[in-house]
Write a protein that binds this ligand. Structure first.
Ligand SMILES: Nc1ncnc2c1ncn2[C@@H]1O[C@H](COP(=O)(O)OP(=O)(O)OP(=O)(O)O)[C@@H](O)[C@H]1O
Ligand SMILES: [Mg+2]
Length: 300
């Protein structure tokens, strides 16, 4: 069982079980760190990760472990801090020392992202594939060059190999290489650009993939395909995935665990069944999509 156990106080005192209205503090209370279940190994450790922009506190003490080889889905309303969390994982925002650590693996030593130097950061970024919220393709390059970029610029692979691997990656996201290889991103539809962005994130077979809303704007069939691809990468290659999504169907289909981010804290974290049973009204509102609830209070 994860952080869904009663938090601070006897279960009978919780508002959900008494019909009493939840206070703001109760709605926003973070989940405690769960013990690591047998058979799991933490790869990424967040410890009280916080971030402010000016006077605005966006992350307010995120604590959790992300296990090696799991698909960890983050749900949360717009502006709750999801992309900000990913930007810390990518090393684009440096956390204070000790707040974000990567555990040692057979191939890499442990890493504290708050203290990593430039070389260590480069090694870390090569272990990552990133699917950006807006596809982030370079307008002046063709799809072949965009998707092949990590192989061309970083791995310096020969052109025929780049061509072959780009074609394979495009087919995985249901794009026909022969139709689009030599087009520029502006000549593709939004959904096609999104899929090309996913192909680029996967091209160098990364150990960890960060997905920022990978299916927003995609049709239902392609959405299911992207979900299967994420699960397939985990099952076949042991890829650890951190997936931000607003697509509840996909979240529950692919997640090993789900974390619900609200106002900079994880207010629920557990298996899909555990999160489905969570009584926090913010979680309930996110899962039902209701317009009535704490997320929309004060806007009428
Ligand atoms: N570089 C920045 N400077 C100032 N404020 C920022 C910066 N980056 C993010 N923010 C603020 O932090 C908050 C969280 O932003 P973030 O992009 O993490 O949200 P999100 O959960 O990804 O939302 P969405 O679902 O809409 O993508 C927002 O209020 C945003 O304005
Ligand atoms: Mg975002």
């Amino acid at each position: 069982m994860s952080g869904l156990a009663p938090r601070g106080g006897a279960a009978e005192a919780r508002p959900g079980s008494t019909g009493r209205k939840w206070t703001m503090a109760e709605l926003e209370q973070g989940t405690p760190l769960a013990p690591v279940p047998a058979g799991h190994t933490p790869l990424i450790k967040l410890r009280d990760l916080s971030r402010s922009f000016g006077s605005r506190q966006v992350l307010r003490g995120l604590t959790c472990d992300i296990y090696r080889g799991e698909t960890f889905v983050v749900l949360g309303g717009s502006g709750s801090g999801k992309t900000t969390l990913l930007r810390h994982l990518m090393g684009l925002l440096q956390p204070p020392a000790g707040q974000l650590r990567i555990e040692a693996t057979d191939r890499h030593p442990a890493l504290d992202l708050g203290q990593a130097d430039q070389d260590a950061m480069l090694v870390w970024r090569r272990r990552l594939g990133v699917v950006f919220q807006n596809a982030a393709l370079l307008n002046s390059l063709t799809i072949l060059e965009n998707v092949g970029l990590p192989l061309i610029e970083v791995d310096r692979r020969p052109a025929p190999e780049v061509h072959e691997r780009v074609c394979q990656a495009l087919r995985k996201v249901y794009l026909k290489p022969e139709d689009i290889l030599h087009l520029k991103p502006a000549e593709l539809s939004g959904g096609m650009r999104k899929r090309a962005g996913i192909a680029r994130a996967l091209i160098h077979e990364p150990e960890i993939v960060l997905y920022d809303e990978p299916t927003t704007g995609l049709d239902p069939v392609t959405t299911t395909g992207v979900g299967s691809l994420i699960s397939d990468l985990r099952d076949r290659l042991g890829v650890t995935g951190v997936v931000i999504t607003h697509d509840l169907g996909m979240a529950f289909a692919i997640a090993d665990r789900i974390a619900v981010l609200h106002r900079g804290r994880f207010i629920a974290l557990g298996t899909p069944d555990e999160v489905r049973a969570d009584e926090n009204p913010v979680v309930r509102q996110l899962l039902t999509g209701s317009v009535d609830g704490p997320l929309t209070e004060g806007y009428a």
